[in-house]
Write a protein of this length. Structure first.
Lengths: 345, 500, 319
């Protein structure tokens, strides 16, 4: 937001008219900076080509289905995280909320531990509960003015604890056919879960591009004080964003329960890390205001292709965590506008 | 039409505005001039609804109005083009123009981008710039963004019955001449639709654009006149008030500097801020840097303590060529910095006085490297006595000290670190008269002890009174040098002529 | 604590709250369950607290600066794996080796944090990924039990010199060293100042980045020590050994009264905080709260403690 202090009477050469309004001070590196938003996409293409070149099976249709299937749950979770990160905040409660969602669903639909059989009604109830947890995250964050990472760190463990308590530490099997069909049935060759993820992508895309909430998320991420001066209801927008995140984490819980056919408290283990990595690798800046759901799609695909490629090439899956760690640092380092940050905590 | 009546405003005991009366007529351009700190910005912020006045009122068409927020001001037809721009860089031009106003373009919860952009285009047409509303704001030049802000202000026309008043807060300070000409042409053309209040440091601009001019000094309006009936020198004179004499400056208390050179700049430049600055600082010398906001003097000051490093030129300290990349390098060279932002950069407010005094140089044991807490207390006590810091104890938190005493703690910190060059960046900002006088006295004492001092002061009077020599900057360049040793003090008008 | 001799009046009251809370809890549980107040039980509680405290002490260094370290549980787990893998091969050399790995990991986090200017919670989250991957690879995803030959090297952890479990002694040594570091060394003083006002500290010529790297190194180094102690007590190493300890450790720091925004608090308070967490845990077990559900309590306590101790004047925009 700093005004560019241009040399007031310098470069007397051919100062462009206002009517050619590109900023001059970036002239020298414009070609590169123009391409920067597309860097994650190019990385995805290059990565695919590379893996394809090393193992031709990568491009087989069945493998593409496999990749899409493995990307479905990460995509839903990462979409929820995206808006939070665009705000400049973070939500660390993914694993907890997802666990509650999955466990609630497993207990409410037909299962091997109680006599419930609420079917889709139970699913909706569980996802609403997850939305309420997200709402609580947001409300505590803005109400008590506590950094979001602290609130959601606490909520992460509360979520895991509640999920454990609900099950008494055991695992419950999902017997409901309808739920299982999300992972087992296919439509146009792809599992239903993939279509649900794509539907979520569409809805979040509309929220981002076509609604006031979407606009305000970017305004807050770009400059919270200026946004407030323009009359934007900053607190309400933040609470809504955390609510959306919680809801989508709950949806992720549904898909996880469907995929594994069970619910337990540790069903979300490792999801936080891969979710944040995917969002950031896609080009959404942690400082807020940049990126969006399309970036997240690209980020999730990079992670999915990478994971798939490592399996195809016979690399130990244990390395994946490490690769994610390196990727996250690289992506953040590349995306940060360091001139804007004086003090980094 | 819009009238400011008997408005006063104080910040932490400092009177920023004192019984100010200003009137803005229909289709009129009103110019507002004054030195740094004369109260122009405060007045603009009151008009914009950012601050509310302590006393007095605003009247629109004779009826009093209360502006609780910038939004309130907007609804009453007052739009602002701020110096630090208020556009969000990550949104498009169209999104910025209608930020917070999307409701008009929303149906069934969805924003109709096409209609929004078409409307934004209409606003941009008013200022006759050819910018696609879908352009990301960060892609625009500063001048173009300024036009967008103007267009955003003009968009108010469609939301209010009121006649528009648009506030232009130093819109030209970072523009090139060509862009200034374009901006002025637009403002003249737009006079039919709106009134303007125009603040600038460039008096020729004020004279050429305004219909009427108000001159402010020390929070008061000291002159109001038709633009046609005044001249630049007359405005200069009004901005500085009456000239001061030797006694006022206490010239007898000033000590001559020594021969030794402690700091020297040769062709010092920071790209985009200032160019080709040369100066020499002797032991015991007080070197003043004068200039308006945006002249490059703030950046120059900060270069000397390593907050920014020069892009060209050399800085010599005690005979060594140096490049200061971070403050710790400057501190290691024996330089100290008394910042303008005393509460964030000067002191760690939530820590005790003693901790702050020793922060730049801890009393550590030579053998174990550990801090001697008893020595620390003794040191702090001795500085409290020496500088007459008024505090209940050396363990009191700096939070609870008055501004003047806080400033003395900052000084004690650097004296304890045995700094032999001190950079004073607006050392009296926000202090009351008595505390200011004490700071002046300390600067004179330090000069006598042989400390080399670079001073960026709040007022010209301070600069002239305290300094041995003065560097005047404008638009990033040194425009004049004055010898200000006792008996040869330049007048304020001499300085201001080279500043604006 | 770093400014021990000059604590403000208000701060003194604040510092007393955790102690009062701890004493109150002990009395409460003692009233419900008199056997709790025997020397043996209290020693067991303290021994259980030692590892948690050492983890929390490490984070305290980082939190004092206003940062956070989310990698300690991974570092502790990796350390346990390293100990389990190399104990039979290199004997006592295992321990310095493991500690070195810990310090280097922390230094890595610190250097990345300050040089690339990436927020600490992201850097340490990434580091935890790298470290967890290393632990998984090294252990081949198994939990490794230490054989008879290895256990001999662990007696310094499991022993009870003078009837006192040696982990308590180690914990006390760490506490003493930590309090000394924070109160009497330039590093400790600068850390407090950075947390309380980074801009002013920087503008006072303090080498801020250096202090930060030291703090992150200490944090991971102590996490490594905690991992070693855990391995000794369990006689096995596993890549997920300490995963459940991150939250209680952060909670111990905050409950002790160290502000999450930095600049106030210290290791001395973390001792109290860690004891509170342990006593609460024991208490919950007495009352019959499910061991897993205790996470709920810790999560809630964490949010509440942060809400109480945070200095809101220091963050204008809360993200």
């Amino acid at each position: 937001m700093e005004p560019q202090i241009g040399p007031p009477s310098a470069d007397r050469g051919t100062p462009p008219q206002i009517s050619s309004p590109e900023r001059r001070d970036r002239n020298s590196r414009r070609p590169l900076s123009r391409l920067k938003p597309y860097a994650p996409f190019f990385a995805l293409v290059a990565l695919s080509l590379l893996i394809g070149a090393m193992n031709a099976r990568f491009f087989e249709f069945n493998n593409l289905i496999r990749i899409a299937n493995s990307a479905a749950i990460p995509l839903v979770l990462a979409l929820g995280m995206t808006f939070v990160i665009v705000l400049g905040s973070i939500d660390l409660s993914v694993e907890g909320v997802l666990a509650i969602g999955a466990v609630l669903i497993s207990l409410l639909v037909r299962n091997n531990s109680n006599t419930n059989d609420f079917g889709w009604f139970g699913v909706v109830l569980a996802i609403l509960a997850c939305g309420a947890i997200g709402c609580a995250n947001g409300a505590i964050h803005v109400g008590l003015r506590i950094p979001s990472f602290m609130v959601t760190l606490g909520m992460w463990f509360i979520g895991v604890g509640v999920a454990t308590l609900l099950l008494g530490g055991s695992t419950v099997r999902v017997v409901d056919k309808g739920i299982r069909s999300l992972a087992l049935e296919r439509f146009l060759d792809f599992p239903i879960a993939v279509w649900i993820a794509l539907g979520t992508l569409g809805i979040t895309w509309i929220i981002e591009r076509q609604t006031r909430i979407g606009r305000y998320i970017y305004a807050i991420g770009g400059g919270e004080d200026l946004a407030a001066l323009s009359g934007i209801p900053v607190r309400r927008v933040k609470i809504i964003v955390f609510t959306i995140a919680g809801t989508l984490f709950g949806l992720g819980g549904l898909l996880s329960a469907a995929q594994l056919g069970l619910g337990n408290a540790l069903i979300g283990s490792g999801r936080l890390f891969s979710t944040v990595t995917a969002v950031v690798v896609g080009g959404t800046a942690l400082t807020g205001g940049e990126g969006g759901v399309i970036n997240t799609l690209v980020g999730v695909m990079i992670m999915a292709v990478l994971g798939n490629g490592m399996v195809l090439l016979g690399i130990s899956p244990d390395l994946q965590l490490g690769v994610q760690g390196v990727l996250i640092i690289l992506a953040v380092a590349l995306s940060l506008d360091r001139a804007r940050l004086k003090i980094v905590k | 039409m819009l009238a400011v009546e008997h408005v006063s405003k104080a910040f932490a005991g400092v009177q920023a505005l004192d019984d100010v009366n200003v009137e803005i007529g229909v289709n009129e351009v009103v110019g507002l001039v004054g030195e740094n700190g004369a109260g122009k910005s405060t007045l603009m912020r009151i008009l914009a609804g950012v601050y509310s006045p302590d006393h007095g009122s605003l009247k629109l068409d004779g009826a009093p109005v209360f502006l609780r927020s910038p939004r309130d001001a907007n609804l009453n037809g007052i739009g602002i083009v701020f110096q630090e721009q208020s556009l969000l860089q990550n949104l498009t031009v169209g999104e910025n123009i209608y930020l917070g106003q999307e409701a008009e373009f929303t149906r069934l919860g969805l924003i109709n981008r096409r209609r929004l952009n078409a409307a934004a285009r209409r606003q941009l047409d008013k200022v006759e710039v050819d910018i696609d509303p879908r352009t990301r704001t960060s892609e625009l030049s500063f001048a173009a963004r300024q036009m967008v802000e103007l267009a955003k202000a003009l968009a108010l026309e469609e939301r209010t019955e009121r006649h528009l008043v648009i506030l232009l807060d130093e819109p030209t300070s970072v523009l090139e001449q060509r862009d200034i000409d374009i901006l002025f042409a637009r403002v003249r053309a737009l006079k039919q639709r709106a009134s303007f209040v125009f603040v600038s440091h460039r008096l020729d601009e004020i004279l050429s654009l305004s219909d009427r001019i108000y001159v402010m000094k020390d929070g008061r309006v000291v002159g109001r006149m038709q633009a046609g009936s005044t001249t630049v020198p007359q405005l200069h004179q009004m901005m500085v008030g009456r000239d001061r004499h030797a006694e006022y400056y206490r010239e007898s208390r000033q000590h001559a500097p020594r021969e030794e050179i402690v700091m020297e700049a040769r062709g010092l430049s920071v790209a985009g801020a200032y160019r080709e600055v040369d100066f020499v600082l002797h032991r015991g010398e007080v070197l003043g840097i004068a200039g308006v906001v945006g002249s490059g003097r703030e950046e120059l000051t900060r270069t000397l303590f390593g907050f920014v490093s020069q892009t060209e030129g050399t800085l010599v300290i005690d005979g060594h060529e140096v490049r200061l990349n971070v403050p710790s390098q400057a501190a290691d060279r024996g330089i100290g910095y008394i910042p303008r932002e005393r509460r964030t950069e000067g002191l760690v407010l939530s820590l005790p006085l003693a901790v702050n005094v020793t922060l730049s140089r801890l009393p550590t044991s030579r053998i174990t490297g550990t801090i001697s807490l008893s020595r620390e207390l003794r040191l702090a006590k001795s500085w409290v006595d020496k500088l007459r810091i008024r505090t209940p104890s050396v363990e009191a938190l700096c939070l609870n000290l008055s501004g003047g005493n806080q400033q003395k703690v900052v000084l004690a910190k650097w004296m304890n670190a045995r700094a032999h060059i001190l950079i004073f960046d607006h050392p009296t900002r926000g202090l009351d008269v008595g505390a200011k006088e004490e700071v002046y006295e300390l600067i004179r004492d330090l000069s006598e002890e042989g400390v080399g001092i670079v001073l960026t002061a709040d007022t010209l009077e301070e600069t002239i009174g305290l300094c041995h020599s003065i560097l005047v900057m404008r638009d990033g360049q040194v425009t004049a040098r004055f010898d200000a040793s006792p008996g040869r003090k330049p007048s304020q008008v001499d300085l201001i002529r080279h500043m604006v | 604590m770093a400014t021990k001799s000059f604590r403000a009046g208000g701060g003194r009251v604040r510092a007393a709250i955790p102690i009062v809370l701890l004493v109150g809890l002990v009395i409460l549980i003692g009233a419900l369950q008199p056997s709790f107040l025997t020397a043996d039980t209290l020693l067991v509680v303290m021994a259980d607290t030692a590892t948690l405290f050492i983890l929390a002490a490490g984070i305290t260094f980082v939190v004092m600066l206003g940062g956070i370290d989310l990698s300690i549980q991974a570092v502790a787990s990796l350390s346990s794996v390293i100990v389990a893998v190399s104990l039979s091969r290199i004997g006592y050399w295992t321990f310095p080796e493991t500690l070195l790995v810990g310090f280097v990991t922390g230094a890595f986090s610190g250097v990345v944090h300050v040089s690339l200017r990436i927020p600490s919670f992201i850097v340490t989250l990434a580091t935890s990924g790298l470290v967890a991957a290393a632990a998984l690879l090294l252990s081949q995803e198994r939990s490794i039990t230490i054989g008879e030959s290895g256990r001999a090297y662990l007696s310094w952890i499991t022993g009870r010199p003078f009837g006192m479990p040696s982990v308590i002694i180690i914990g006390a040594l760490v506490a003493g060293a930590g309090i000394w570091l924070q109160s009497y060394t330039p590093f400790g003083r600068y850390s407090t100042a950075i947390g309380a006002g980074e801009a002013a500290t920087w503008a006072s010529g303090v080498k801020v980045n250096r202090q930060k790297v030291i703090a992150y190194s200490l944090s991971a180094g102590l996490a490594s020590l905690a991992g070693i102690l855990l391995t000794g007590r369990l006689s096995s190493g596993s890549p997920t050994l300490a995963n459940e300890l991150l939250l209680p450790a952060i909670a111990a720091v905050v409950v002790g009264g160290t502000s999450i925004t930095g600049g106030a608090g210290g290791i001395g308070r973390t001792v109290i905080g860690a004891l509170i967490i342990s006593v609460v845990r024991v208490g919950m077990t007495f009352v019959g709260v499910d061991i897993f559900a205790q996470q709920i309590v810790f999560g809630t306590v964490l949010i509440l403690a942060v809400a109480i101790t945070i200095d809101r004047t220091k963050i204008l925009i809360v993200k």
